[in-house]
Design a protein around this ligand. Sequence first.
Ligand code: NAG
Ligand code: NAG
Length: 139
Amino acid sequence: MLWLLLCILDVLVASFEVTVPNKHLLAIRGHPTVLGCEFTSDPDLSNLVVTWQRQEDARVVHSFYYQQDQLNRQSLKYHNRTSLYVSKLHKGNASLRIAAVRPKDAGWYMCIVSNAKGTGRALMEVTYEGMHAYDEHWR
Ligand SMILES: *[C@@H]1O[C@H](CO)[C@@H](O)[C@H](O)[C@H]1NC(C)=O
Ligand SMILES: *[C@@H]1O[C@H](CO)[C@@H](O)[C@H](O)[C@H]1NC(C)=O
């Protein structure tokens, strides 16, 4: 009985996936960076909800639903600096672009996606590489 239940759960879980191709991303100060995230696509975008948030404090980095960016709850730290590739969403690409990386962008990011096929999440880490000597000097 339990075995059957586990098999059913397995099928349900396997039918929808969110994956991050690069679990540890090195971002360079002042440069744009792309946090990759892929999900099991569905041509119907009307049910699609994409949320990027910081794992540490659940701060909203970017979100998208009702077929448009929803930035009311976005952390001010990310204001005007983030974008999705909206034309790629129907292909299952929920990658996030952050313009001009800052030191505080380093940390853990969760890509959370749901659509008619399911819900899932994937975690990735962004590490920051600056010019350390320069940073120390001008901090
Ligand atoms: C998503 O699309 C962007 C823009 O074309 C591309 O740079 C990126 O590699 C794609 N990411 C994935 C995970 O396919
Ligand atoms: C974001 O851009 C708008 C329009 O250019 C500007 O009015 C606003 O001050 C910017 N916000 C931040 C936090 O930079």
